[in-house]
Design a protein around this ligand. Structure first.
Ligand SMILES: [Zn+2]
Length: 433
């Protein structure tokens, strides 16, 4: 039987208990017994589903449903709430591979329906909530999570609610949530006040009356982690179940780091792969509590007050999932790195310039790969996958200001500025030579 275990007090819950967080406020982890799954030919099951045009098989999340909860096979009426998420491309970049001296691939999670990896966790968690009768779904977020929540709730005819702090809001980041039709509530106070409200709504969840309760979709939700595992499963399938040597990913709230560790361990234990790829989680220097925790030999975790980085998707000073993520790094002989603003933006310009493109936080993957090559941890000829978590168009201001040289303190070595010319053929050829 699948069960939920509290990471703080170890109390266990059945899925039928309809819990998102523990009574003590601790995070719940889904524990999946793998014994029964070992009897299945999972590679063949997953590969056979690749040709399907219909849900759930055609979703890049639900294709792997034996390793997820809730599985539509186990009887959610009406099936899954899905936008055919996942199915994102794995690009082999000749240009960047030549620079690095290894085989470098990029898994582009910005190619999901709402343009970030969040859709994978969202389809799992919204399906789980709807499956127990919930109608109201909430998160505190000004970024990619709110866009994804709004999309999935509206798609399924459910109430999506986004809680944000009052005051100065970067509306560019909120445009998707507004457009998809979520109810956006600006609460008095800062982001912590918004988050506290959501946590309180979570504690007040009434399992006997889910329709009137509010289901919390912030990263504390254990089913989001389950959905995000499929990033790794899809990478492995795209590489024909030959594990890469390294998977390098940006790290903010550490949900992906946790999910990746879980997916790698499960895939290894089930015999889907013969070796475990090593994980490298890369933080921005201005928002690096997990990096410092790693550097201290896991002795001391301390939040970063007032985190600051241009990589807004990972601008998080107090990640909730740091214990889960530590497990993932330890289980994969992994490392935690930090990248400066210069390194992030230079890596972004390189990924963009390779015709692939990503939001700033995603570029931490290449910044990390470069560091690992320099330190000798990535060896010549090894196979490396960098994960890009969001689409280039998620943060157009950062991109434009880089290329126009308007970012303070950043040396924009790869700036690609527009050139003004006379409207003549001579001037045209002079300019393109
Ligand atoms: Zn507990």
């Amino acid at each position: 039987m699948q069960k939920l275990i509290c990471s703080s007090c170890q109390k266990e819950f059945a899925l039928a208990d309809k819990r998102v967080v523990c009574e003590c406020g601790g995070l719940l982890d889904l524990e999946q017994p793998l014994e029964d799954l070992k009897k299945l030919d999972l590679k063949k099951i997953f590969d056979d589903r690749l040709g399907s045009r219909e849900l759930p098989d055609a979703s890049g999340v639900w294709r792997y449903r034996e390793l997820l909860f809730p599985s539509p096979d186990k009887g959610r009426p009406g099936g899954v709430i899905s936008r055919f998420e996942g199915n994102t491309r794995l690009y082999h970049s000749e240009k960047i591979s030549a620079e690095i001296g290894s085989d470098v691939f990029f898994k582009h999670e910005g190619e999901n329906p709402s343009a970030s990896f969040k859709d994978r966790g969202m389809t799992a968690a919204v399906t789980a909530g709807a499956g127990i009768g919930c109608r109201n779904f909430v998160c505190a977020s000004t970024g990619n999570t709110s866009a994804s929540l709004a999309s999935y709730c509206s798609h399924a005819g459910l109430n999506g609610i986004v809680v944000i702090p009052e005051g100065k809001i970067a509306y560019g980041k909120l445009s998707q949530a507004l457009a998809f039709g979520a109810k956006v509530l600006q609460v008095k106070g800062n982001f912590d006040a918004a988050m506290n409200l959501v946590n309180e709504l979570g504690r007040k969840f009434d399992p006997d009356n889910p329709g009137e309760s509010v289901y919390v979709l912030n990263s504390v939700n254990p089913f989001r982690i389950e959905g995000q595992k499929t990033i790794v499963l899809e990478i492995l399938q795209q590489l024909n179940w030959e594990a890469p040597d390294w998977i390098v990913l940006p790290a903010g709230n550490l949900g992906n780091t946790s999910a990746f560790g879980k997916a790698i361990s499960e895939a290894f234990e089930l015999g889907l792969i013969k070796k475990k790829p090593r994980l490298a989680a890369v933080q921005a220097t201005g928002a690096n509590p997990f990096f410092k925790y790693f550097e201290s030999g896991w002795k001391e975790f301390a939040a970063v007050e007032d985190p600051e980085t241009i990589a807004t998707a990972i601008k998080i000073g107090n990640p909730q999932s740091y214990l889960r993520a530590r497990k993932a790094i330890e289980a994969t002989d992994g490392v935690v790195l930090e990248a400066s603003e210069d390194e992030i933006l230079d890596a972004k310009a390189t990924i963009d310039g390779a015709g692939i493109g990503c939001e700033p936080a995603s570029a931490c993957s290449l910044a990390g790969i470069r560091q690992l090559v320099k330190s000798g941890a990535i060896k010549k000829g090894q196979k490396v996958v960098g994960v890009l978590t969001g689409h280039l168009l998620k943060d157009p201001d950062a991109t434009i200001n880089y290329h126009l040289g308007k970012l303070d303190g950043i040396e924009a070595k790869k700036a690609n500025q527009p050139v003004e010319i006379e409207a003549s053929v001579d001037a045209f050829f002079a300019a393109i030579r």
